[in-house]
Each structure stands twice: as C-alpha cells, then as structure tokens.
Design a protein around this ligand. Structure first.
Ligand SMILES: Nc1ncnc2c1ncn2[C@@H]1O[C@H](COP(=O)(O)OP(=O)(O)O)[C@@H](O)[C@H]1O
Ligand SMILES: [Mg+2]
Length: 250
C-alpha cells in the first residue's frame, strides 16, 4: 500500500472525553510552528458528503439505526474522506491528523456493538481504501473519567449516551488493537493535565516527527475552539478532481 508518499498520517483514538480533539489541536499547533503543513480532520465527516453522513450518525433521533447500517455509514463517510482529502494531502507532504479513523469502527462496532470482527475488518479495508495510519495514539481513560469530562462541556449526543458498560467494551477493543499492532497503535495514559497527556503522545511520535524533540508544548487547547483556517480542509482547496466533472478547476 503506498501509504508513505511524503506526508504523515496520524490518527487519534479513545472513548469520548479521552482528549483526542484537544490533543489534535495542540499537535497541529506545534507542527505548524515547526513549519509543517497540517490538516486536522475528524471522523465521521470532513467532506460535504461525509458531513451529511455524520449528521445521520450523530442525530439523537436515529436510535433505531441498525448496527450494519451504522457500520456502512461510517465506511461511506470514510471512503469519501480518504479519496478526496487524506490521500491528496499526504501526496503533498502534509501531516494529516485525524480525530478517529477505522480503529474507532473496530472498537465501537465490533467490540462495542458486537458485529462480527471479520466483517468489520473487511468493511474497514474497503472504507479506508487500503490506507493505513502511520501511527495511531489511543488515549486510555476509564469510562467514568471520560464520561465525566465529556458531559462537562457537551450535551450528550447519541454516542455519549450509550452508557458505561458499552464504553468499557470499547476501551477493551482499543487495548486489543494495541496488542495486535504494537508498532502502529500506541496506548497513552489519558489521565492528568492536558500538557502531560500531550507530552506522552509526543513521545510516541518522535520517531516519525523528530522535529518535535525539544519543541515547546503549546498552550492547552479547548475542545470547542474553532480549528485555525490554516489547518482546515475546505472544498476550495485543491483536491482530487472529480472524474465526472472533467478539469473544472482549470
Ligand atoms: N489531559 C486532560 N486533562 C484534563 N482535561 C482534559 C484533558 N484532555 C481533555 N480534557 C478535557 O476533557 C474534555 C474532553 O476532551 P476532548 O479533547 O474533547 O476529548 P475527545 O475529543 O476525546 O472527546 C474537554 O473538556 C477537555 O477540555
Ligand atoms: Mg472530540
């Protein structure tokens, strides 16, 4: 798989409230200060189609969604994101930081909801179009600590409403992944202050991003800070031309 053109693909994982979004923001800030081009993404979402799928998935009215339908919606959102945004960015040398990727699908849909693991693996391979993250950080936190943090700031969405025993299974799913793929998937203790968890994460990225060695820790981010425009993908940015449109961008 031609995963390592020039960019670096980092995914952040963990239950809701484990610190993914704040750490994505801090890492992006640090890398930009070091002169890297950064793209911050979060799943599901990130392209116009993917955002529509996200709205379906996170709508609290959709409690009757079947696990199979849910799985395939995640994969639909992902395939669009990989093809239109992530791959082209990696080819340009960008550091792509994605808040959740296919390991979430494994942990939530297979281990959490109980879909057959082989089905989920195959769906993941298709949805990610074969793209494998260069490194995946799992922020590990007990469900209680995580729920506590998440519900502090956000109204609970459908995922967060799913309860502690579900979150416990999800956590186990993540730990299983890290055991199976220790090179790619690194578990980071998610407890403590934001600066501490940030530094633990950086220690697991140094081999890929040696410029982070000794770089200052950015000010702690807040989950709901707007993502700086320089780290956002926009539909106006250069993307893979839609083959059905011809060369519309001239
Ligand atoms: N290391 C940390 N220590 C204390 N609070 C944190 C830490 N990381 C995140 N938080 C807070 O916990 C909540 C959830 O963090 P967030 O980054 O949004 O998690 P996630 O994206 O994994 O759901 C936010 O209120 C955030 O400010
Ligand atoms: Mg988040």
């Amino acid at each position: 798989m031609d995963n390592r053109a020039r960019g670096i693909f980092i995914t952040l994982e963990g239950v809701d409230g484990s610190g993914k979004s704040t750490k994505a923001r801090m890492l992006g800030t640090a890398l930009e200060a070091l002169g890297r081009e950064v793209l911050l993404l979060r799943e599901p979402g990130g392209t116009p189609i993917s955002e529509m799928v996200r709205d379906i998935l996170l709508d609290p009215r959709n409690t009757d969604i079947t696990p199979e339908a849910e799985l395939m919606l995640y994969e639909a959102s992902r395939a669009q994101l990989v093809t239109q945004v992530i791959r082209p960015a990696l080819e340009r040398g960008v550091v792509v930081i994605c808040d959740r990727f296919y390991d979430s699908t494994y942990a939530y849909q297979a281990v959490g909801r109980g879909l057959p693991e082989d089905d989920v693996r195959r769906a993941n391979a298709l949805g990610s179009c074969g793209l494998v993250p260069d490194r995946t950080i799992v922020f590990d936190l007990s469900p209680h600590e995580a729920l506590d943090r998440a519900t502090h700031e956000d109204g609970a969405d459908r995922m967060e409403g799913a309860g502690v025993s579900f979150q416990r299974r999800v956590r186990r799913g993540y730990l299983k992944l890290a055991e199976a793929e220790p090179d790619r998937v690194r578990v980071v203790d998610g407890t403590g202050e934001k600066e501490q968890t940030y530094e633990r994460m950086v220690a697991q990225l140094i081999d890929l991003l040696p410029e982070l060695e000794g770089a200052p820790t950015p000010a702690p981010a807040h989950s709901h800070d707007p993502i700086p425009a320089s780290m956002q993908w926009s539909p106006d940015a250069p993307v893979d031309a839609d083959p059905r449109e011809g060369d519309a961008r001239g």
